[in-house]
Design a protein around this ligand. Structure first.
Ligand SMILES: CC(C)(COP(=O)(O)OP(=O)(O)OC[C@H]1O[C@@H](n2cnc3c(N)ncnc32)[C@H](O)[C@@H]1OP(=O)(O)O)[C@@H](O)C(=O)NCCC(=O)NCCS
Length: 228
């Protein structure tokens, strides 16, 4: 069976199939935004979807990304491969292709992704967090040394703690040795908090996260194990 990668910049039947048949199965509800929210991001022009489809046009893998023009940070919001196709290299190729397209299209930029802490328990449908981190590190991802949590969809009480923020690509302008410039990352997270939680909180966790972006010399980025 042959596969091809297609891109969508507006919601359509393929987007709906990706959301319902891939994303809803791959992510716990607290980590997945509503279908209407993703569709609205596509409509606004701030998001795009890459889908790997089989000969019948059925999506077997997909990457959804959102671009923050204000911070010049690209978020890989969701990446999922259907259970039957996992382990065959499709996810790795899709990840590299998506990051390459964004890097060229949005240059200069930082591309980030958020994943569960590998210390979290494995989940049958959602996958093993350790293997998932290994997957990203094999594609060149580095873990940013910040106390990251996923902003709460609907409010701060819905935050997902114990998450990692990964850097998948950083343009030379935003690279300081092994570190990544903190200012665009801070601007990105502030915008993200305001958008999904309704405001940038001043609670301890939000302050600790934002302060971590202000370190002189940038935000250290490296292998997860090195930070334990
Ligand atoms: C993580 C994921 C995108 C990888 O895609 P894939 O096509 O299976 O990956 P590839 O074949 O290119 O690479 C294989 C590597 O992916 C990782 N992987 C494969 N299946 C996995 C699973 N069920 N859970 C976690 N990681 C997995 C492993 O690191 C694997 O290497 P290994 O076999 O040496 O352990 C896919 O498994 C998936 O959709 N998981 C569920 C959703 C998810 O975790 N999304 C990422 C968070 S945004």
């Amino acid at each position: 069976m042959g596969f091809s990668t297609v891109e969508r910049t507006a919601p359509d039947a393929l987007f709906t199939a990706v959301y319902r048949d891939l994303f809803e199965h791959a992510f716990p509800p607290e980590e997945l935004d509503g279908e209407d929210v993703l569709a609205a991001a596509l409509e606004r022009g701030s998001a795009n979807l890459f889908a790997v489809v089989d000969d019948a046009g059925t999506p077997v893998a997909a990457a959804f990304g959102e671009w923050s023009a204000a911070s010049r940070v690209q978020l890989l919001t969701y990446l999922a491969v259907g259970p039957a196709a996992r382990g065959g290299g499709i996810g790795g190729r899709l990840l590299r292709d998506a990051v390459n397209v964004w890097s060229v299209r949005r240059n200069p930029c930082i591309v980030v992704a958020e994943i569960e802490d590998p210390g979290a328990p494995a989940h049958d449908a959602h996958g093993d967090p350790r293997r998932r981190l290994a997957f990203y590190e094999a594609a060149g991802a580095r873990v940013l040394d910040v106390p990251y949590f996923q902003p709460g969809i609907g409010g701060p009480d819905r935050r997902v703690h114990g998450m990692l923020l990964l850097v998948l690509h950083a343009a030379p302008e935003f690279t300081i040795g092994d570190a990544v410039a903190g200012a665009p990352l801070r601007a990105f997270v502030e915008e993200y908090l305001a958008e999904v939680e309704g405001a940038v909180g001043s609670d301890g966790n939000a302050r600790a996260l934002l302060d971590a972006f202000d370190r002189p010399g940038g935000v250290p980025a490296g292998k997860w194990r090195a930070q334990q």
